[in-house]
Design a protein around this ligand. Structure first.
Ligand code: ADP
Length: 476
């Protein structure tokens, strides 16, 4: 079976969130099961630097609309996954974020940039392709490649089936009507049964509408997005496509996130050597200027600072949380207002609360290892990775019961399986209550150890998820 992964980010080179992690790890897990996966990804500066010798293997012409002629270059990732780098420097050889310009606003030509990515994915899956390698399935991810399913649907000569994996319904890739022509899509695509969405062209809807199958990254999220309350305008379409929609829980990169071998840690540890975790807490307290207190639980957040993640709820009750008493460490970046609010809190509670604004992979690892409690009060969470890292690092998660958080964290009330603390309503009161329960449990070392052990015993590897994807590929 041959599968083309089309993605707009891939760890460890270019990552802004969970999609990058998935694209960086799932292909190797699928290859281990015998699927010939290759990954199509834009040749961003980081990838051109990592693979300076990537050879040109194709130059797709006449892609339609205003789409230019890019080159496709081939490289081999260290894990053995072939990469197809979509090279068109005016679009992709830009500094910074794949989606945002230096001022933090979307690049103005994002429709063309990701339209080109989608179009080339479809080209590789059609008879027009000049590549020797022909995929059976084009597996697209999120709005950035959603249009690939539409191209395969509308343009002649499609050979591959399409699977669209939804990592986040909130990003819908909305552009104005004129982009239909610029992207080389036929007028027929502009309809309710096509790519039109309330007067806009939606890349996301294109994927949901036209892919032969849809998956999302947890079973709970697959159910939630079919409700009007959480469907973000797409619920009707998702209910209509329910037969072709499934939820497959993400795995994590268990090599990169392994407390026994993690090079970023002050001290490695395992479930059998859990006492060594404490050294990480002591060192991080020094690093971040916190008081060196072993007698206080250390709470942590590593997250995008956006509405979705519910960290405004934590901000509201932070003074009470610190009075539990507890210490709080936050690493994140996002909306300017949130960044400011968190920074102000840290200034007010110097020594007890440390806030780092930015994206720092190594620090994220050290925080996971150092913290006692990890907080994720997300309003919605398609899958979420940090709670799985936390479980593996013996850092007990406190989460809202939504999406993948609900599918991975079991409340401590279940003495046999409990590995965290779960709360329902998206309110600061409910969050505070859960944090109070967690802090109380932390003061009972035997009980705490049990929660940690349950979490650390959970298998979060990609192998299980990969098996589900293979089953899904087979149905196609
Ligand atoms: P999302 O994709 O919605 O942002 P996930 O939990 O699925 O949320 O994935 C987020 C990923 O990004 C995790 O690997 C997390 O550790 C990482 N991450 C988020 N913010 C930061 C940050 N400020 N510094 C380092 N890593 C971060």
């Amino acid at each position: 079976m041959k599968v083309l992964f089309a993605t707009s980010e891939i760890a460890p080179w270019v990552k802004t969130g969970g999609l990058g992690d998935v694209a960086g790890a799932l292909p190797a897990a699928l290859r281990a099961l015998g699927v010939d996966v290759r990954v199509l990804v834009p040749a961003y500066p980081e990838l051109l630097q990592a693979f300076p010798d990537a050879e040109e293997i194709a130059r797709p012409h006449w892609l339609g609309g205003l789409l230019p002629t890019p080159a496709v270059r081939e490289a081999l990732a260290p894990d053995g996954t072939p990469l197809l780098l979509l090279d068109y420097p005016p679009y992709f050889n830009r500094p910074g974020n794949p989606y945002l310009g230096p001022e933090g606003r979307d690049w103005l030509d994002n429709h063309l940039r990701f339209g080109l990515l989608s179009r080339v994915a479809a080209w590789i899956g059609s008879e027009a392709s000049t590549l020797a390698w022909q995929p059976d399935i084009v597996h697209c991810h999120d709005w950035q490649t959603g249009l690939a399913a539409a191209y395969l649907h509308y343009l002649p000569g499609a050979q591959a089936k399409s699977l669209f994996t939804l990592h986040n319904l909130a990003f819908q890739g909305l552009f104005d009507h004129a982009s239909l022509f610029e992207l080389g899509l036929p007028d027929a695509a502009w309809s309710m049964e096509g790519v039109e969405f309330y007067g806009y062209l939606s890349f996301l809807k294109a994927g949901l509408q036209h892919a032969d199958a849809i998956s999302t990254v947890s079973p709970s999220y697959a159910r939630e997005i079919q409700t009007d309350a959480e469907g973000m305008g797409m619920a009707g379409l998702l209910r209509h496509r329910a037969k072709h929609l499934s939820g497959i829980l993400n795995g994590i990169d268990t090599k990169a996130w392994n407390p026994a071998t993690d090079r970023h840690l002050y001290r490695t540890y395992s479930a059998r050597r859990l006492e060594h975790k404490a050294a990480n807490k002591a060192e991080l307290q020094v690093e971040l200027g916190l008081e060196q207190r072993r007698d206080l639980p250390l709470l942590a957040v590593v997250s995008r600072l956006t509405e979705q993640k519910g960290l405004d709820l934590l901000l509201e009750v932070a003074p009470q949380v610190l009075k539990l008493p507890a210490q709080l460490v936050v690493l994140g970046s996002g909306s300017h207002a949130m960044e400011q609010a968190w920074a102000a809190l840290a200034r007010k509670h110097d020594g007890q609360c440390a806030v780092t604004i930015g994206f720092d992979e190594a620090l994220a690892h050290r925080i996971e290892a150092a913290a006692d409690i990890f907080v994720m009060p997300s309003r919605f969470e398609p899958c979420g990775l940090n709670q799985m890292y936390s479980l593996r690092y013996g850092t007990v998660p406190v989460v809202r019961a939504t999406g993948g958080l609900a599918d991975t964290v079991t409340d401590a009330a279940d003495e046999k399986h409990g590995n965290g603390f779960v709360f329902g309503p998206a309110t600061s009161t409910a969050l505070l209550k859960a944090l109070q329960r967690a802090a109380a449990a932390w003061h009972d070392p035997r009980r705490w150890r049990l929660l940690q052990k349950h979490g650390m015993a959970r298998d979060s590897s990609w192998a299980e998820a990969a098996r589900h994807y293979v089953d899904l590929y087979e149905t196609l």
